[in-house]
Design a binder for this molecule. Structure first.
Ligand SMILES: NC(=O)c1ccc[n+]([C@@H]2O[C@H](COP(=O)([O-])OP(=O)(O)OC[C@H]3O[C@@H](n4cnc5c(N)ncnc54)[C@H](OP(=O)(O)O)[C@@H]3O)[C@@H](O)[C@H]2O)c1
Length: 309
């Protein structure tokens, strides 16, 4: 399963997200994921594990497990590097041991004080407020992203955590249109208007936090996990699938890409086995009815500023 992006490149519909994956576990998880059929990996400079991911990928290529062209690798520009896009991209490429990226995303629509490429600090000011660099517009950042395409360093560029207004603005100033907007969306945070807006304008939506972050986000942010929802549990019983499989299948059927993270090999297998069943229209509508319009991931917890207020 794959979605064709607005520039003709194909993006596998299921990817493995590597945020909060421990460096020591990464080799085993990536190699096993490739063996299980994963061809898409979602990384970021801010996850501070590009080096370990790069080593695992290099091993997979050297041992002939997979060819570079058969993988789709995404990574992201951190907030403090908006004024240093070329260096940041080259730093990620070096750590990932790649000579091109399939997709490079602006991680958040916010530029903070530069603290050195690869440092990805949060840059809280002395007053506890995020030190936003007001001299760099998102348009300037985007044109630097476009230069990466012409240099052959990245195949596609995109945005992440952009709302409708910022996405619309990006479409207006872009010479190279964003191929993807990666946003938090799952049954408890469906964001139908943003998803439909992006899709109507040829911007593919990647659902980050596609399982609602499960227990990880309950622990980190106190959020409620959709995996405990009684209606979704009922659908799991009906289709003889786990709740996670139902949730990911729903994501695929609304034409979004899903990038669940797991540090357990048995769950990697469970999460990719979703092509052998289809949710009925009636059940897709039923899932629509459980939306709580609730974000589970709150960057404000780290940043001292609520980007989404
Ligand atoms: N662009 C952005 O700003 C942004 C923000 C957040 C995330 N992301 C991307 O999205 C990816 C996924 O997000 P996420 O990790 O926050 O949330 P998620 O994938 O929705 O949920 C991960 C949580 O679900 C658990 N889990 C995984 N498979 C499961 C299953 N089959 N049954 C029950 N629990 C399961 C994991 O635990 P175990 O590991 O113990 O299995 C972990 O606690 C990230 O890795 C990252 O690549 C991007």
């Amino acid at each position: 399963m794959a979605i064709t992006l607005n520039n003709g490149f194909k993006m596998p519909s299921i990817g493995l997200g590597v945020w909060r994956m421990e460096g020591k576990d990464i080799r085993n998880l990536i190699i096993n994921a490739i063996k299980l059929g994963y061809r898409h990996f979602d990384c970021a400079a801010d996850y501070k594990n590009e080096g370990e991911v790069g080593e695992a990928l290099a091993e997979a290529f050297q041992t002939g497990l997979v060819k570079r062209d058969d993988l789709f690798i995404t990574t992201k520009l951190w907030n403090s590097d908006h004024g240093h896009v070329l260096e940041a991209c080259k730093d990620s490429l070096k750590k990932l041991q790649l000579d091109y990226l399939d997709l490079y995303l602006v991680h958040f629509p916010i530029a903070t004080k530069h603290t050195g490429v690869g440092t990805t600090s949060s840059a809280l000011d002395e007053d506890g407020v995020l030190d936003i660099d007001v001299t760099i517009s998102l348009e300037t950042t985007w044109h630097s992203m476009e230069d990466l395409v012409s240099k052959g360093l990245v195949r596609s560029i995109g945005i992440s955590n952009y709302d409708i207004y910022l996405t619309r603005d990006c479409l207006a100033y872009a010479k190279v249109k964003p191929a993807v907007n990666q946003i938090e969306t799952h049954p408890y945070f469906q964001r139908e208007s943003l998803v439909k807006f992006c899709q109507k304008h040829g911007v593919c939506v990647t659902a980050h936090t596609p399982l609602g972050g499960s227990v990880a986000n309950t622990e980190w942010f106190g959020s409620v996990s959709c995996l405990d929802d009684p209606i979704l549990k009922g659908l799991g019983e009906k289709y003889k699938k786990s709740v996670a499989q139902v949730v990911l299948r729903w994501g695929i059927q609304r034409n979004t890409i899903v990038i669940p993270k797991s540090s357990k090999v048995e769950r990697l297998e469970e999460n990719i086995k979703i092509s052998d069943f289809e949710l009925s229209n009636e059940d897709m509508d039923l899932i629509k009815s459980i939306d709580r319009k609730a974000r589970t991931n709150q960057p404000a917890v780290f940043w001292g500023i609520d980007l989404f207020a």
